[in-house]
Write a protein that binds this ligand. Sequence first.
Ligand code: BJW
Ligand code: ZN
Length: 238
Amino acid sequence: MADIEQARRRLAEAQSVAVLTGAGISAESGIPTFRGAGGLWNNYRFEDLATPEAFARDPSLVWEWYNWRREAIAKAAPNAAHKALVKLEIAKPHFTLITQNVDGLHDLAGSGRILKLHGDIWRMRCTTCGANWPDRRPSLPKLPPHCACGGLARPGVVWFGEPLPEGMMKEAEHAVESCEVFLVVGTSAVVYPAAGLVPFAKQSGAVVMEINTEPTAFSETVDFALQGPAGELLPQLL
Ligand code: BJW
Ligand code: ZN
């Protein structure tokens, strides 16, 4: 409890804050995480579903999985943690939200600018002409979907082995380098380059606070490792 009180004070004093979120922030909205208890990768092999090779092999299988996830995500609403970050954004002169999540719950909560490092499940991209468009339909009527040009469409997300959206990591690094407090919420911090932002923040002199229900590889090295659900701890921290 003393820890959270001290963290709360440090956060209140900061003018410049950057936040990195992961699947854990949406767990309380009912969206499964990837790793840990109930994680998607316990039941599915990412090599079959979340790589460009998997999509080239079997686009329909990959799309069935993404369609199932779209249906589940469409039923979910932002929770107290997503909402707390909107309040934080309003309160701070300098604020950057960096997320690994593709679920769009930060948008629905009302966050302004979001650096979506791993893309957006509600966007599509054409594998032929490169067109890129939003599609909010919870369930797609015909799989696999196609572009107006006739090319095969893919989910607008970043799979293993693919580069992150152009320039986005640079923007994230810039925000992390110049923040006073770096808040890391609900990520196992094992997927790079996103995970590298945590040690980078420390090296750049930020106070690093982690909120997670479990210890992570970085819990020992951060300034505050707050253990508990984000939907409870984040509102307490503000
Ligand atoms: C709670 C909670 C509650 C629960 N409250 N907390 C060897 C070494 C280093 C790197 C590599 C390597 N081999 C390959 C790589 C690179 C690879 C990588 O990092 N692999 C590692 C896994 C080893 N990275 C990549 O391939 C990336 N690209 C890249 O490196 O490109 C280089 C390149 C350059 C130029 C040309 C070509 C290439 C891309 C990574 C893409 C990741 N994609 C996914 C899928 C996205 C689409 C989709 O959603 O389907 O992104 S994988 C998945 O993991 C998803 C997530 O964004 C990402 C991170 O997961 P996250 O958010 O941390 O979730 P979890 O589930 O892991 O953790 C949840 C946490 O919440 C847990 O800790 C819980 O305890 C906690 N929690 N409830 C608070 N209520
Ligand atoms: Zn096209």
